[in-house]
Write a protein that binds this ligand. Sequence first.
Ligand SMILES: NC(=O)c1ccc[n+]([C@@H]2O[C@H](COP(=O)([O-])OP(=O)(O)OC[C@H]3O[C@@H](n4cnc5c(N)ncnc54)[C@H](OP(=O)(O)O)[C@@H]3O)[C@@H](O)[C@H]2O)c1
Length: 165
Amino acid sequence: MNAIVVADRNWAIGRDNCLLFSLPTDMKHFRAMTLNGTVLMGRKTLESFPGGDPLPRRRNIVITRCKTFARDGVEVVHCCKEAMTAVEDADPDTVWVIGGGSVYTCTLSQCKRVFLTQVDTLTEGADTFFPNLDRLPNWKQVSVSESMEENGLSFRFMEYENTAL
Ligand SMILES: NC(=O)c1ccc[n+]([C@@H]2O[C@H](COP(=O)([O-])OP(=O)(O)OC[C@H]3O[C@@H](n4cnc5c(N)ncnc54)[C@H](OP(=O)(O)O)[C@@H]3O)[C@@H](O)[C@H]2O)c1
């Protein structure tokens, strides 16, 4: 299982249940990586999508503590352990944790890789963060792309690997 995330230099990922950045190149990257796979997300991240709809052409699994939550095209699980059971038969390289902050945190130790788009900025007022992998002992950066520019922002694709798995 892998995680995919876009964050600023401080690992900030969201504010007011919205993304911090609009980067078409990163959206294309996200789509290409996750297409035809399984995406695992928190209920708030699902609600942040247009119309609260699941992502097309992917198996969508949503974590919520609400026992009555149901949405067309979504598999619902009620804890991280149940989420891990739901994906245990899938090819791990095709299972993607896509946020938000709480789900990244509770699944991080089970992720082999994190695909980070790091935006070279610091965001005011962010309220949701990804764990700082540079400060966690089991995580090492294994690749980094050239810097790209879009919408006045510089960003790079980075890959981190969990050496404990
Ligand atoms: N930058 C990025 O790449 C990226 C990606 C995704 C999201 N985001 C941003 O992240 C923010 C949302 O993150 P968030 O942490 O607030 O919300 P979230 O992780 O998307 O969803 C939180 C909800 O998921 C459910 N949940 C989480 N952990 C659970 C567990 N262990 N067991 C059962 N249910 C669990 C709960 O739903 P119930 O309340 O229904 O019980 C909880 O309220 C938004 O700003 C979004 O735009 C950023």
